[in-house]
Design a protein around this ligand. Structure first.
Ligand SMILES: [Fe+2]
Length: 360
């Protein structure tokens, strides 16, 4: 099932609870931000009380940790605000202490929080995956273009972790003062954010203040965006990030998913057809709402009649729009030149299966 949609939410609105899971130690308090109730994977705001101590050991789950306020010590080393740790499952960390207390962000990715006392790594651990960094000090801000198309200018990132198998990302991002972006986004991945400082605004969910959080499953519209004074946040995705941008605030997650599949079908038609075919390769893709929804102004969507005298029956009528007046006569999309798919709309539909299209 995965984690449910948590949004809007601010951890300042709820109280800390005492952690009672074995091995986590006394003085470990938490606010649950999101929880996968099948695996126990979760994200938490954590308060370590002054004097907190935990012996060396490992977790059965990989986890990520960010120091928000105060100081912690692993062994003899002290870590402060902005320090980020990626700790693989089974990786034994030195003893953990906090003399005066610390506010952390902790994310257990593959199982619930756990701590097993051990001075050595688990035999199946891959210790080479471990890394930590003082993210505020030791990584420069880069433009937001970790993917294309990308966010508006003024949203900057620092990449903290990348999983080459799932393409999941962990990153710091900031919005500069007076940042704005006027389009609507959704993604093929879940997206998570925790505001370390500052406030940003989203059309659907309002203001996200310091301590604001969301876990947002795939295909949910979000944006436009703005930030008056700027903000800094920790963001994550659970798989490959791609920005599907558009300007229709009324679309549903199902319609967004179909549009995403339609874009995959146009980009990788052979792969798509192989993936969806069972007994035959069906030539039609799913519906892309941007290509079929009514539009303002003088454009209209073509109907089958518009193509009745066409000299190019290979065109896809439901994917092409035409100006009624004024040149250019046609707006050609990248796949509307009749050479790529070779499918014809006069083919025999007597096999009776449902094409989900309205062309007859
Ligand atoms: Fe997003």
């Amino acid at each position: 099932m995965g984690r449910p949609h948590i949004e809007p939410f601010c951890d300042r609105d709820v109280h800390f609870k005492n952690m009672t899971l074995p091995g986590m130690g006394k003085g470990f308090r938490y606010k649950m931000l999101s929880l996968d109730n099948e695996t126990g994977a979760c994200s938490m705001t954590v308060q370590l009380d002054g004097g907190y101590k935990r012996p060396p050991g490992f977790s059965w789950s990989e986890y990520e940790l960010m120091v928000q306020e105060g100081e912690i010590q692993f062994g003899n080393k002290t870590y402060r605000r902005g320090h980020y740790f990626y700790v693989p499952a089974g990786y034994s960390m030195s003893s953990l202490k906090s003399k005066d207390g610390a506010l952390l962000l902790m994310m257990f990715n593959t199982g619930g929080p756990s701590h097993v006392s051990s001075r050595s790594h688990h035999q199946q651990c891959n210790p080479a995956l471990y890394h930590d960094v003082s993210s505020f000090d030791d990584i420069p801000w880069a433009g937001g273009g970790v993917t294309s198309p990308t966010v508006a200018s003024g949203c900057m990132v620092k990449l903290l972790n990348y999983n080459p198998n799932s393409m999941a990302l962990t990153f710091l991002y900031c919005m500069t003062p007076d940042f704005w972006q006027d389009n609507i986004s959704y993604h093929d991945c879940a997206e998570e954010s925790y505001h370390l400082w500052g406030t940003s605004w989203m059309m659907q969910f309002g203001e996200i203040p310091t301590g604001g959080y969301f876990w947002r499953p795939a295909y949910i519209n979000h944006g436009a965006f703005a930030s008056n004074l700027g903000c800094i946040a920790l963001g994550r995705t659970d798989s490959k990030l791609f920005n599907h941008f558009h300007y229709n605030p009324w679309t549903t997650p199902k319609e967004n998913q179909l549009r995403s599949a339609a874009r995959l079908q146009r980009r990788d038609p052979i792969l798509y057809n192989w993936m969806v075919s069972t007994s035959h390769n069906h030539p039609h893709g799913p519906e892309d709402f941007e290509r079929t929804m009514p539009l303002m102004g003088k454009r209209k969507i073509k109907t089958p009649d518009d193509f009745s005298n066409s000299d190019n029956p290979g065109h896809s009528f439901d994917r092409e729009m035409k100006y009624e007046e004024h040149a250019p006569e046609h707006i050609h999309d990248d796949d509307s030149h009749g050479h790529s798919h070779g499918h014809h709309h006069d083919h025999d539909h007597s096999d009776g299966h449902d094409h989900g299209h309205t062309h007859d």
